[in-house]
Design a protein around this ligand. Structure first.
Ligand code: PRX
Length: 597
C-alpha cells in the first residue's frame, strides 16, 4: 500500500513522467492505487475510458476500508486523538473503539428506519462522534449531510429540507473559546425532523449494523457549498471512486508513512474535514488528530502544544489560521519542540507571501515543504499542489494531480476529462460539467510549469477560507424591514483573506443607521450563521444600475476597494450616483467583531 511512485511528488522529472503516463493510461494509474482498497468483489476494470465508468463489477464499502479492517489489523492503535477546548481535554479512540462507536450509531440509525440512500443530517462539533457518525452512514449505505455547527438553524433547515433528510444527528452543546454553544435546543423548535441527540440516547439492545456493500454508483455524502449565484448548492459525492481519489492524493502529495500522526485543523462541516480528516487518513489506518477548540484559547499555543504532545508528522491548516497566529510572539511557537513535523499543508485560500514565510521558517524551521493545496468541494480531493521539496515558490499552488487534466481558458482554471474525485452532481444547479469541462470559477495563470491561483472570479466570497456567496448575504440582508435594495461585494482583508462589503439602500423611512446595521447583522447571523458578517456597511441613496436595472457590481467592488481602475460606466443609467457612493464608502460603517451595537 505504501510502495511505488516514490519520488513522483518530489522530483520534477519523475513527476512529469508519471503525469504523462497517468493521462495516457489512466486505468493503469488508478489500478495501482485501487490495490489499496479491500474489495468484497474485485472490479474487472478500475477505469473504463470508453464509458467513463469506475470499478466495473467491483463491490466494497467505505466504512469497511476506513474502520473494520484496521480494527482487525491494529485494534489498539489510536485512530482518533481528540483535543477539546481546555488544554487537559484529550480523548484517544483506538481502531477497535472507533468500530464500536460506528456500530452503535449505525444501529441507532437502523432502529429509526434509515435505509440505504436515505439522507442523514449531522450537525455536530469536531468530536470523535461526528467522524463516527459519518462512517456509520457509510456503513449502512446512507448518505450523510454534514452541516457546519456554526451555521444557523435556518441555514440548517434549508439544507435538510432541500436534500430530504430523514433524521438529524446532533449533541446537546459544545465549548469553543471558553464559551458554551447550544445545539439541540437551538434547533428543536425550528425544525420538524426526527432529532437524535447522541448525548442522551440509549443504544438499542439488538445491534444491527451490517455492512451495506456498495458499488461504484452508490453515494457517500451531500455537502452544501456556495455557488456563483443564488442559494447554496448540494454537492453529491460517490462512495468508492471518491474514496480512491482522496486516498491516492493523500498518499502521494503528503508522502505519508504507516505510523504517521496527522493533524488537520479543519472541521467536518467542510470538505477538508470529510476528505482529509476522516476518509483519507482513516483509509490508511493513520492516527488523525482532531481539535474542537479555538487555536487561541486559552492561549495562542494550542496547535503547537498538540503537535509537540502527539509528535505530529503532518500538519494541515488554513492561511487564515496561520495569519492569526503569526500576530503573536514567535516565542509561543519556538518554546515547543516541533521537530516531529515533516510536511506542512495549507488549504482554503491563496496563501500570501508573509504567511507562507512565517509558516516555513517559524513553524517548519525551514525543514518542511509547504503543500499549498488547491481544490474545491466539487473536486472531492486535492487538484493542485507543489512538489514536496524545499525548492517551492510561495503562493504557487503548483501541479495537477496525476490523471487530472487542467487548462486555463480566458484566465479561468478548468478541469477536463474524468477523475474519480469529481462530484456526481450538484443539486439545484446546472450540470457540474459541460462537454467534459468543469469550470472552477477560480482565476489562474502559469508560473513557468506551475499554476498560480489568484482567487475566485465569480460572486463567491472566501471569508477565512469559508466559501460564501454574495447572493446569500444579499438574501439575508434584503429580509430586513427598512432595506430597499442591497448589493454585497468582496474586498480583500488582511486577516480573513476576503470580507463582505454591503451597500444598502434604505426605504424612504428615517430609520437610524445604527439600528439598520444592527438588524442587518442580526439577519445575517440568523439566516446564515455568525461566520457571515459583513465587515463594512455603506448606506447609500441608490446603487449604480444599467438601463435594464442590473446592479453594476464591478463598479461597486472597485469603489469598495478604493481602486481607480476604470470600469466602463457608459452602461450605467445613473452615473451621477457614483461620486456620492465614493464619498459614503470612505466613511462607511465598520462592524467590529462580536458586534452587539
Ligand atoms: O477559490 C478557491 C479557494 O477555495 C475555493 C473552494 O472552496 P471550498 O469548496 O469550500 O473548498 C475549500 C477546501 C478545498 C476555491 O474555489 N481555495 C482553496 N484552496 C486554495 C484556494 N485558493 C487558493 N489557493 C488554495 N490553495
Amino acid at each position: 500500500m505504501f510502495s511505488g511512485y516514490k519520488n513522483a511528488w518530489s522530483d520534477e522529472q519523475a513527476y512529469t513522467e508519471v503525469y504523462r503516463n497517468s493521462i495516457q493510461n489512466p486505468n493503469e494509474f488508478w489500478q495501482s492505487h485501487a490495490r489499496g482498497i479491500s474489495w468484497k468483489i474485485e472490479p474487472s476494470i478500475v477505469f473504463d475510458a470508453v464509458t467513463g465508468k469506475w470499478f466495473s463489477g467491483g463491490i466494497s464499502n467505505v466504512c469497511y476500508n476506513c474502520v473494520d479492517r484496521h480494527a482487525i489489523a491494529t485494534p489498539e492503535k489510536p485512530a482518533i486523538i481528540w483535543y477539546g477546548d481546555e488544554e487537559d481535554e484529550r480523548r484517544e479512540i483506538s481502531c477497535a473503539e472507533l468500530l464500536r462507536m460506528v456500530i452503535r450509531i449505525a444501529s441507532i440509525l437502523k432502529s429509526r428506519g434509515i435505509k440505504k440512500n436515505d439522507v442523514v443530517g449531522i450537525y455536530m462539533p469536531m468530536i470523535p462522534e461526528a467522524v463516527a457518525a459519518m462512517l456509520a452512514c457509510a456503513r449502512i449505505g446512507a448518505i450523510h449531510l454534514v452541516i457546519f455547527a456554526g451555521f444557523s438553524p435556518e441555514a440548517l433547515k434549508y439544507r435538510l429540507t432541500k436534500s430530504n433528510a430523514k433524521v438529524l444527528l446532533t449533541v446537546t452543546s459544545f465549548r469553543r473559546g471558553g464559551k458554551e454553544i447550544e445545539l439541540v435546543n437551538r434547533i428543536s423548535d425550528a425544525i420538524d425532523i426526527d432529532i437524535i441527540n447522541l448525548d442522551s440516547i440509549t443504544y438499542p439492545d439488538n445491534i444491527n449494523a451490517d455492512i451495506e456493500w456498495q458499488n461504484s454508483d452508490d453515494d457517500l455524502f451531500i455537502l452544501y457549498t456556495s455557488g456563483s449565484s443564488g442559494n447554496p448548492k448540494g454537492v453529491l459525492h460517490s462512495a468508492l471512486p471518491y474514496m480512491l481519489y482522496v486516498a491516492a492524493t493523500f498518499k502521494v502529495i503528503f508522502g505519508i508513512k504507516r505510523d504517521d500522526v496527522y493533524f488537520c485543523t479543519s472541521d467536518v462541516g467542510w470538505i477538508t474535514g470529510h476528505s482529509y480528516i476522516t476518509y483519507a487518513p482513516l483509509f490508511y489506518g493513520l492516527t488523525t488528530v482532531i481539535f474542537s477548540g479555538s487555536p487561541t484559547y486559552p492561549s495562542a499555543e494550542r496547535y503547537w502544544q498538540i503537535i509537540e504532545n502527539e509528535k505530529v508528522n503532518i500538519f494541515y491548516t488554513a492561511p487564515t489560521a496561520i495569519r492569526s497566529l503569526q500576530m503573536f510572539n514567535k516565542k509561543l511557537v519556538k518554546k515547543h519542540d516541533l521537530s516531529s513535523l515533516r510536511v506542512l499543508g495549507s488549504v482554503g485560500e491563496p496563501i500570501n507571501k508573509s504567511a507562507w514565510k512565517w509558516y516555513f521558517e517559524t513553524v517548519g524551521n525551514r525543514r518542511c515543504p509547504i503543500m499549498d493545496t488547491w481544490w474545491q468541494t466539487e473536486t472531492g480531493g486535492i487538484i493542485l499542489a507543489p512538489l514536496r521539496n524545499l525548492e517551492q515558490k510561495p503562493g504557487v499552488a503548483g501541479k495537477p494531480f496525476f490523471g487530472v487534466e487542467t487548462e486555463i481558458i480566458d484566465g479561468e482554471l478548468v478541469l477536463k476529462g474524468h477523475f474519480p474525485g469529481m462530484c456526481k452532481s450538484i443539486i439545484g444547479a446546472e450540470n457540474a460539467t459541460q462537454d467534459g469541462i468543469f469550470r472552477t470559477g477560480d482565476g489562474a495563470a502559469y508560473d513557468g510549469a506551475d499554476i498560480k491561483i489568484s482567487g475566485r472570479m465569480d460572486d463567491v466570497i472566501n471569508v477565512s477560507g469559508h466559501r460564501l456567496g454574495t447572493a446569500e448575504f444579499e438574501c439575508a440582508i434584503s429580509k430586513v424591514a427598512g432595506v430597499r435594495e442591497v448589493a454585497v461585494v468582496a474586498v480583500p482583508d488582511e486577516l480573513k483573506g476576503q470580507t463582505a462589503f454591503a451597500y444598502i439602500v434604505p426605504n424612504a423611512t428615517d430609520i437610524a443607521p445604527e439600528m439598520l446595521v444592527k438588524k442587518v447583522i442580526q439577519s445575517t447571523r440568523t439566516t446564515i450563521g455568525s461566520i457571515a458578517k459583513p465587515d463594512y456597511i455603506a448606506i447609500v441613496p441608490d446603487l449604480p444600475k444599467t438601463r435594464s436595472g442590473k446592479i453594476v457590481r464591478k463598479l461597486l467592488k472597485n469603489i469598495a476597494m478604493g481602486s481607480d481602475a476604470l470600469v466602463d460606466i457608459s452602461s450605467v443609467a445613473n452615473p451621477q450616483i457614483i461620486e456620492t457612493i465614493k464619498i459614503i464608502t470612505q466613511n462607511s460603517i465598520f462592524v467590529p467583531n462580536m458586534c452587539k451595537l
